[in-house]
Design a protein around this ligand. Structure first.
Ligand SMILES: Nc1ncnc2c1ncn2[C@@H]1O[C@H](COP(=O)(O)OP(=O)(O)O)[C@@H](O)[C@H]1O
Ligand SMILES: [Mg+2]
Length: 384
């Protein structure tokens, strides 16, 4: 592949004075129609997305769905096979053409941080600043360390740092050249739970402040919700849904996206007059024809528990109840005989998540109703 910069694809010489609308339209990262195969394996299949300056987009999906491959293509670590990548209005890659990674204005943070072991912290950060005069470089190193609260560690060696500190240095190193685009691949997965929450929080603010267009990969939907302005859900190399976190959570496009945020209760049913009947009450299913087989997916938070004599709902017996801290997890049975459920092969076992202070007794009978905002109806078997 040629690394030459195509003369026609240089950024306009005076972008700063371009009309605002045009600048806005071109700024940030644009990825169009990316496809990538390893031999017969189609790892990425026609992915299109855009990230605006200052925006944080999370690519989320199960292991093996193509997230890392897509990020590597954007970074220039994989030669592009199909589609195009444009950064701030400048085409950086198309089949047969690609600006080398170090010239793309892209900062990268990898899962294993990939710090240079033979350089101290300041040396690691200065590495990408070789083009600057020494004095400017020193200022920039200090600034980058300040951004991540590591000024006192300039002379430390990577092996002397904890995992969290290494992550901060990796972030500072990526940000030091002031990249227009930041790419992060599972940047917190090497950290233990408590530290991860802290570092995640700090990283969010540092990235937002940097103004870079950020594309971050994670397999953890909760992490994506925590970090993202927008989420792109991937599956088998393709995009299942893209949108703001609240949109994705409240209006999942299909059963795969709905179940991706965690275990759901599933009830098989048939639509009759725009409604599907569940043991917990009727659920609207206006988009389906009469007789259509559907799966009703109910998030555990969508089952509302009332004591049997104080509220509406279907009687259900508590099989087990566990306090998880912030929430409690309640196992419920409707006590229905199998014969009654010919239409619905799912077991008579449901899960409810309720605020943690509530913990019913085992064997207690509750009245279970639905929170319609947490109930989704899809064509039967769609996500299998
Ligand atoms: N260098 C490679 N050679 C062959 N197959 C690969 C290579 N890299 C990734 N793959 C395959 O491509 C698919 C997507 O991988 P990857 O992008 O790493 O997924 P993710 O980051 O979402 O876990 C997987 O099936 C993986 O096995
Ligand atoms: Mg990966």
């Amino acid at each position: 592949m040629t690394a030459a910069i195509h003369p026609l694809r240089q950024p306009p010489p005076d972008r700063a004075t371009a009309p605002l609308a045009e600048t806005t339209a071109l700024a940030g990262l644009r990825v169009a129609g990316i496809g990538h195969s390893f031999g017969a394996k189609r790892a990425v299949d026609d992915v299109t997305l855009a990230v605006a300056p200052g925006e944080l987009v999370c690519l989320v999906g199960p292991s093996g769905c193509g997230k890392t491959t897509l990020l590597r293509v954007v970074a220039g670590l994989e030669a592009i096979q199909q589609g195009s990548i444009v950064i701030d209005g400048c085409a950086v890659a198309e089949p047969g053409y690609g600006i080398p990674p170090e010239a793309r204005g892209v900062g990268m943070v990898f899962q294993d941080y990939a710090l240079f072991p033979h350089l101290d912290v300041a040396g690691n950060i200065a590495f990408g600043l070789a083009h600057l005069p020494a004095a400017t470089r020193a200022v920039r190193v200090r600034e980058a360390l300040g951004q991540v609260g590591m000024v006192d560690y300039a002379k430390a060696w990577p092996h002397q740092l904890s995992g969290g500190q290494q992550q901060r240095v990796a972030l500072a190193r990526a940000l030091a050249p002031k990249p227009r685009v930041m790419l992060l691949d599972e940047p917190f997965s090497g950290l233990d739970t408590r530290l991860r929450e802290q570092i995640r929080d700090d990283t969010l603010h540092v990235l937002k402040k940097s103004g870079a267009a950020t594309l971050m990969v994670t397999h953890d939907p909760e992490e994506a919700m925590f970090m993202a302005d927008r989420i792109v859900v991937m599956r088998d190399g393709g995009v299942e849904q893209a949108g703001r976190p609240a949109e994705i959570y409240s209006h999942p496009a299909n059963a795969f996206v709905a179940t991706f945020f965690g275990q759901v209760n599933e009830i098989r049913g048939r639509v009759q007059g725009g409604t599907v009947t569940t043991p917990f009450g009727p659920v609207p299913a206006v988009d389906f024809a009469d007789g259509a087989a559907v799966d009703v997916l109910i998030r555990p938070e969508g089952l509302k528990l009332n004591t049997a004599d104080d509220g509406p709902g279907c009687p259900a017996k508590v099989l087990a109840a566990r306090l998880l801290g912030r929430s409690s997890w309640i196992h419920l049975s409707l006590g229905r005989a199998n014969g009654e459920r010919a239409e619905d092969p799912t077991p008579d076992h449901f899960h409810a998540r309720v605020p943690g202070r509530y913990l019913p007794r085992e064997g207690e009978v509750l009245a279970v109703a639905l929170d319609s905002a947490q109930v989704f109806v899809f064509a039967a078997g769609e996500h299998k």
